[in-house]
Design a protein around this ligand. Structure first.
Ligand code: DX5
Ligand code: ZN
Length: 219
């Protein structure tokens, strides 16, 4: 059964502490932070200071997605802010192996994100050391977009690659995840499903979480 990691991009940024408390109260264990720098993606969101200010009030697992150019510059700041997992984009880092090694060295779980067009080959040699690979289901930058259909087959092929290497790497699907496609994404190999608009637009959160879990159970 996959974990649901709600993307705060679709939450109320005016009361993040209350949103985090509501997620925890509703039984969620992960939360997805979308960090955007306006360069790697045409949008700007939050930085390490916001994450640090929320860290002390919640035990949720902070799944931090850096949509940032040259993210290696900021790993230390996000670890210090309380990130449990740091995901960097393969397209944004020249020395990707060095950056994912640094994430692990500093004590966080390491992950690499792939934009829809980016081949799985970009992570083939990194799988044994990666905690997770994030498969983007949309072009990054905004919530509320439609899932790109070929990303389902891409997920299946990534799962095959992980099995072939006898690796323990988890798969996260991020972007365009809905109640309607959650089951097929899970069957394709997703271990974590990120949902922003299809989750936060349908409170109460406990019932929405249960609806996602029920949808996946129908596999
Ligand atoms: C997009 C972000 C996603 C997004 C998901 O760049 O990485 O996490 O917020 O939102 P939905 O589920 O609405 O596509
Ligand atoms: Zn994301």
């Amino acid at each position: 059964m996959p974990v649901l990691s709600p993307s705060l991009l679709s939450a109320d940024f005016g009361c993040l502490a209350r949103e985090l408390a509501a997620l925890e109260e509703a039984g969620l264990s992960w939360v997805h932070w979308d960090v955007m720098d306006g360069m790697f993606v045409p949008n700007i969101t939050i930085g390490p200071a916001v994450i640090a200010s929320c860290r002390k009030d919640t035990n949720l697992f902070f799944d931090v997605h850096l949509m940032v150019e040259r993210p290696g510059r900021f790993i230390g700041q996000f670890v210090d802010a309380g990130a449990d997992l740091i995901c960097v984009h393969a397209e944004a880092e020249t020395h990707l192996e060095r950056t994912v090694s640094e994430i692990a060295r500093l004590g966080a779980r390491s992950a690499v994100a792939l934009n829809p067009h980016t081949p799985l080959a970009m992570v083939e040699y990194l799988l044994p050391q990666l905690y997770m690979v994030l498969v983007m289901g949309v072009n990054p930058g905004f919530g509320g977009q439609k899932f790109i259909p070929f990303c389902l087959e891409k997920t299946r092929r990534l799962k095959e690659m992980i099995i072939a290497q006898d690796a323990a790497t988890l798969i996260e699907i991020d972007g365009g995840v809905t109640l309607e496609n959650a089951s097929s994404l899970s069957a394709a190999g997703a271990d974590i499903l990120v949902s922003g608009s299809a989750f936060f637009a349908f409170p109460p959160y406990r019932q929405r979480h249960e609806a996602f879990m029920a949808a996946v159970a129908k596999q």
